[in-house]
Ligand binder design. Structure first.
Ligand code: NDP
Ligand code: A1CAB
Length: 280
């Protein structure tokens, strides 16, 4: 399977890392990236072919992955319009609706919208997927193979659910990294060196996540097993509860979901413009 990425930034890098050695070799992957520094980085790191513009060779792949920022997507689609025939196109942009991307591509309908995350780089990603009804089974399978090379997948029946997927698993690694940062900072304040703090924080997060994944019990039950009556965990959780840690995470995820919707509305063509009764 030949895959071309349009945009070679953070998320394309993570997906390429997942694909290599599983679904593709370096010469099956091409990247169109405007930044010379980014092209050099990708070439050195993965040995993939890099192009500054989407020339004919770059667009010859079976699958095109649109991996530019949402604000850059309209411009990239204009470059592709009329030049794609049979390929499957996967957009990984937050918020953008397939109806808008299809419109920018001149009505092209072999489109899948995916929301991956950066642990894709080590094959431990989580991606939500949605396909337009015109995408044949073979296209859905191709999208699934690409995203499964990067980790786990979840198809959603309604495209709007991808805003919520973005809020949980798309942005979610940042919430976990924030937890790790906070635990390391706490360990530093309690007297450990930065190497010791890193070891204590990382191994704890990793071990707890593995236990939660392997155990049949809910996270709440696992938390209770750590929390002895009158003990240290109880003291910690009381302070965290008073500072609104859990409520803050829930509110943060809701804000991410709302921002995904805002991006889709602001950058898409279907936003209700004042005085335009036909817009929906
Ligand atoms: N980062 C993440 O964790 C996730 C990101 N996403 C989505 O993935 C997409 C990419 O995000 P991310 O990788 O973080 O962003 P990046 O900014 O790291 O990557 C986008 C790259 O595309 C380049 N670019 C811009 N315009 C063009 C063009 N016309 N042709 C070729 N390349 C171009 C950019 O260059 P320049 O910087 O010079 O503009 C940049 O190097 C976004 O839509 C985002 O919503 C989805 C899931 C998770
Ligand atoms: O922050 C963002 O908008 C992108 C989408 C999900 C993760 N990063």
């Amino acid at each position: 399977m030949k895959v071309t990425f349009l945009g070679g930034g953070n998320m394309a890098t993570a997906l390429i890392g997942g694909l290599l050695g599983k679904e593709a070799r370096a010469d099956d992957i091409a990247v169109v990236e405007i930044s010379e520094a980014a092209r050099m980085r990708l070439q050195q790191r993965f040995g993939v072919r890099c192009h500054a513009t989407p020339d004919g060779e770059a667009l010859a792949g079976d699958v095109l992955v649109l991996a530019v920022k949402p604000q850059q997507m309209r411009e990239v689609c204009a470059l592709l319009k009329g030049r794609v025939r049979e390929q499957l196109i996967i957009s990984i942009a937050a918020g953008l609706h397939l109806a808008d991307i299809s419109g920018w591509l001149g009505g092209y309908r072999h489109l899948v919208r995916a929301m991956p995350n950066t642990p894709a780089l080590i094959g431990a990603g989580m991606s939500g997927l949605f396909a337009l009804p015109e995408v044949p089974d073979a296209g859905r399978q191709m999208a699934e193979r690409i995203l499964q090379a990067a980790g786990s997948t979840l198809w959603v029946a309604d495209e709007a659910q991808l805003d919520a997927v973005t809020a949980i698993s798309g942005s979610g690694p940042a919430y976990v990294f924030l937890l790790i940062e906070a635990m390391q900072a706490a360990a530093g304040e309690l007297g450990f060196t930065s190497a010791q703090a890193r070891q204590l924080a990382l191994k704890t997060v990793l071990g707890a996540a593995q236990l939660a994944a392997q155990s049949g019990d809910d996270a709440a039950i696992l938390r209770e097993r750590v929390t002895s009556k009158g003990g240290t965990t109880e003291a910690a959780l009381k302070v965290m509860e008073a500072r609104g840690v859990k409520a803050g995470i829930i509110a943060g995820a809701q804000a991410a979901c709302a921002q995904s919707r805002v991006l889709g509305e602001q950058l898409g063509d279907r936003a209700q413009k004042p005085g335009d009764p036909s817009a929906t």
